[in-house]
Design a protein around this ligand. Sequence first.
Ligand code: DC
Length: 228
Amino acid sequence: MGKIIITLDGFSSCGKSTLARQLANELNYVFIDSGAMYRAITLYFLRHRIDWNHQVEVLNALKNITLDFQYNAETGKSDMYLNHEDVEVLIREMPVSDNVSAVSTVKEVREFAVAQQQLMGNKKGIVMDGRDIGTTVFPHAELKIFVVADPAIRVERRYKEMFEKNPVITIEEVKNNLESRDYIDSHREVSPLRKAEDAIELDNSNLTREEQLEIVLKWANEKINISR
Ligand code: DC
């Protein structure tokens, strides 16, 4: 059976990663969370006090960064590794969340991440989620999905997720972080977040995980059947 490339783009906390992971599981495809790569680069920059507005510093730092995903049998998910260290938990914390959108505006950072993402799609059979996957990384993907959800619902989802790890977090902090990331992600100069012309929009504000999976599985199977 022919394998295809599936992209899921959208604002932060729209549930893209959960959906992309479930879809990849159902199809026996590889799931790649491209945001985790930008988060790991941000963690490296913060740890090494890299000034990301300084091109030479950025280019030198990127030479020392190796990113890869490794399967974690305990969680059943792939963890992000930065220079062979499992940073899956650290990259979800507030210091990284507060800076990742700014780091992601840097042209050299994007070129570094996009080149690796494109290699991962060489053999197809991949579901990748992010902001520019359908527009820049895989402009010829067979199925492009643009996920949207009501902003208040996104804040609530993100708050629940963050509260489990950090019970002192406030809903205001979560809301401010999401709003500022939305703004930066959609207004940056290099590959801003936007819906690809040939993407299908999925509004999951009032859908359960099972319902949204059923919808996208149907879309995916239609495309897979055509590509055979
Ligand atoms: O999906 P996420 O919230 O973990 O992504 C974190 C940040 O990474 C997001 O605010 C913008 C950036 N990002 C990006 O610029 N391009 C991508 N393809 C994925 C993420």
